[in-house]
Ligand binder design. Structure first.
Ligand code: FMN
Length: 368
């Protein structure tokens, strides 16, 4: 199968260059991307699982939370920096792992890495990326994180971990919420398929088939049990972060198994539909973890105020997925950097307007 490059019916003329500066919000970026991207690529990025209820809540629930500003404090100098696993980040924001970026831009993950470097933001490279991590590492900002999909062949899993570590990956992010992929009805209807020649080099050429099967005839999930996760933590020479935790009990188990960090995530609404928005899961997880390891969160973050709310609810940092993918589709590295610029400005403004000069001052008292 080949990818259709036919633009969506209402798309702008294919060769008109986008004026990124005219796009003021992440919503503007998504609207522009929807008009210009091939429909199949837009559906791949924007869709969620099944009835997309979790997908909808993921954005709307952030908006329902109100902020409580504090006046008469000195916010003339703002410090949004945070240290994660020994690395200083100028902003509590990372780019979430996302597969198959060649669908969005010919330079794929290399453009994302360059955009992340311009935006001084760390990226998490997906195991299902279309560019080799050794190549990405040459242009990505430090630290580069690598996301792992556990493979049916345990030897291959071990070799992928080692390959990523040898490339300089500083953190291993293991996705634990997808023993099978979600029921992606919209993606299936769009008949998502990759451009010819598109590769997944970070499976080291040894992937003999999908890691799990889900058809009308058979559902064969990937094993992701506790002993396997403990083994993974034992073989990694880097901190291991489990991505996809939604409950305090699983957060507790993750720490017992050796996780050095947790990402509260519902996989952008692409895995189990009707689980709650991450923002609803975050407070109880953060409370149970009680500072033992960093708790990150992703899903539906579209404004600087959303990042502020995430931190107020106990997150150490947040990640974004779709917004930077729209940036990538619109303008390659420049598009990714533009998304990061908008969020940086909005987050710093939210800190100043709520009367918080540093991340240490952001706690529950920020919420109304
Ligand atoms: C197109 C696309 C591809 C994704 N690929 C991966 C992946 O390879 N590994 C993974 O752990 N999560 C993947 N995710 C989930 C993201 O890492 C992240 O959890 C989610 O996108 C965050 O929600 P947001 O898009 O609303 O910001 C993907 C998400 C999208 C939209």
């Amino acid at each position: 199968m080949t990818i259709q490059t036919r633009p969506a019916p209402d798309s702008d003329s294919a060769d008109s260059r986008i004026d990124l500066e005219a796009l003021l919000t992440l919503q503007d970026m998504e609207d522009a991307a929807r008009r210009r991207m091939p429909r199949i690529a837009y559906d791949y990025v924007s869709s969620g699982a099944a009835d997309e209820l979790t997908l909808g809540w993921s954005e709307s629930r952030w908006r329902e939370i109100k902020l409580r500003p504090r006046l008469f404090t000195d916010v003339s100098t703002l410090d949004a920096s945070v240290t994660l696993f020994g690395h200083r980040h100028s902003l509590p924001l990372l780019l979430a792992p996302a597969s198959n970026q060649r669908l969005l831009h010919p330079e794929a993950e290399l453009a994302t890495a360059r955009g992340a470097a311009m935006g001084e933001t760390a990226m998490v490279l997906s195991n299902a990326a279309n560019v080799d991590i050794h190549e990405v590492a040459r242009v990505a900002p430090r630290p580069l994180w690598f996301q792992l999909y556990v493979q049916p062949d345990q030897g291959l899993t071990r070799d992928i971990v080692q390959y990523a570590e040898d490339a300089g990956a500083a953190v291993l992010c293991v996705t634990v919420d997808s023993p099978v992929e979600g029921v992606r009805n919209r993606e299936k209807r769009a008949a998502m398929c990759l451009p010819p020649g598109t590769d997944h080099p970070n499976y080291l050429g040894r992937r003999t088939g999908p890691r799990s099967t889900m058809t009308l005839d058979a559902v064969r999930p990937q094993r992701l049990d506790a002993p396997l996760m403990a083994w993974l933590c034992s073989i990694s020479r880097r901190p291991v972060v489990f991505k996809g935790i939604l409950t305090p009990d699983d957060a507790e188990r993750a720490i017992d198994l050796g996780a050095a960090g947790i990402i509260v995530s519902n996989h952008g609404g692409r895995a189990l539909d009707t689980v709650p928005a991450s923002v609803d899961a975050l407070p109880a997880v953060a409370e149970r973890v009680a500072g033992r390891v960093p708790v990150l969160v992703d899903g539906g973050i579209r404004r600087g105020t959303d990042v502020l709310k995430a931190l107020a609810l106990g997150a150490t940092a947040a990640l974004i997925g779709r917004p930077y993918l729209y940036g990538l589709a619109l303008g390659g590295a420049d598009g990714v950097a533009h998304v990061l610029k908008i969020l940086r400005m909005e987050f710093l403004a939210a800190m100043a307007l709520s009367g918080r000069a540093s991340l240490a001052e952001i706690d529950r008292s920020v919420l109304w």
